[in-house]
Design a protein around this ligand. Structure first.
Ligand SMILES: [Zn+2]
Length: 159
């Protein structure tokens, strides 16, 4: 069981995932679990709740995330990073802190959404696209990005 984290109210963002202990930089926090895998073309048939908790796997498919992983909120300056289904500390995480990841890691497209992360670099709006990150962030995140993003990155930097 996952005992080092807890899901609770994160203010305007709804629910969030919070650390119950400190995690050192790079440390393993928990593993996310996938429910149904759906074709991106049939996302509209999902319930509203399932649509809120999608994780893009590649150009064609998305996974519906199960609790507690589905409650991880986005931050433009996250303290955690995903590597596949594993969630790792990107910076040191203190007990009681909300654990956040950057949704742009595995996103491709131009969907825009409002951002309530409140970090210094946040413009209040995020574009759900890895390639909307700064060149430096793209380089930092690349080893953790899914294969389809890494291939696209190589294609773009080669030309
Ligand atoms: Zn933000």
């Amino acid at each position: 069981m996952i005992k080092d984290i807890v899901v609770r109210d994160a203010g305007g963002k709804g629910l969030g995932v919070f650390a119950l202990r400190q995690f050192r930089k790079g440390g393993f926090i928990f593993r996310r679990r996938y429910g149904r895998i759906v074709a991106n073309t049939s996302v509209d048939s999902l319930t509203r709740e399932d649509r809120r908790h999608l994780c893009e796997l590649d150009y064609a498919r998305s996974a519906v995330l199960l609790a507690p992983g589905c409650y991880l909120n986005h931050s433009c300056e996250p303290n955690a990073m995903r590597s596949g289904v594993k969630v790792l500390a990107w910076k040191r995480v203190r007990a009681g802190e909300e654990i956040t990841i950057d949704y742009r890691l595995n996103a491709f497209g131009s969907r825009r959404s409002r951002c309530l992360c409140g970090s210094a670099s946040c413009t209040g709006q995020i574009t759900g696209d890895f390639f909307s990150l700064s060149p430096r962030q793209q380089r930092d995140y690349l080893p953790f990005a899914p294969r389809f993003i890494r291939l696209e990155y190589r294609r773009r930097t080669a030309s």
